[in-house]
Design a binder for this molecule. Sequence first.
Ligand code: NAD
Length: 228
Amino acid sequence: MKIAVLTGAGISAESGLQTFRGNNGLWEGYNIYEVATPEAWNKNPTLVQEFYNMRRKNVLAAKPNAAHFALVELEKYHQVQIITQNVDDLHERAGSKNIIHLHGKITQSRSTLDPNLVYDIQGWELKMGDKCELGSQLRPHIVWFGEAVPMIDNAIELVKNVDLLLIIGTSLQVYPAAGLATEVDTNTKIIVVNTEKIHSFSTNANVQFIQGNATVEIPKIVEELKVL
Ligand code: NAD
């Protein structure tokens, strides 16, 4: 079976990484518009770097959980494509093979002059004064609010051609990623796993909603999918 898995911050919550919906629009105490937009970067790049340095520190200290590992197990039985909104690297560290990061990766930096120049960050800190090979300041390799999502067209093509879309731990409030759920074929089954009920996002009659923690529900779903 061809399976696409759309993941959000909720899948990493039980690894100790905070989500931000449900915290009054704050992410770790920060207003996201003051740290995760191009305007924020233009206004106060030092604050933006500090914010992502702290997030990076947390990501490096976190470990993949049972939900990440169950998705790796699923690859033994089906063709699996992960499409994540997360900027952490827990899917990679768990061992998933096919991963698209819609919103970039916090473990990487990119040139402010040429967006194609992307580098791995050694350790947790990216500083003002750290430069790309062309001499321009490096920024976190993150798609900020208000920026284009270069990988979205690939993701749309992928979800159009699957038998199952598994949606885990996302509030489906951030577009265009949230729109992926409406791109699937009407015959495609959709399974949604979330601790909280999320708003109705699809007219697809094949939607199954499972309320619960990703680390509990995903291993169970994977067990069931093994025999299909
Ligand atoms: P979100 O914070 O908007 O929503 C998280 C969702 O996960 C909520 O609906 C919540 O009910 C659910 N959830 C929480 N704990 C769960 C659990 N244990 N099991 C299952 N579901 C659980 O996250 P989003 O929809 O991914 O959008 C937020 C944006 O913020 C993304 O673009 C992402 O890039 C960024 N972000 C990333 C990280 C990360 O990389 N780990 C963390 C926070 C925010």
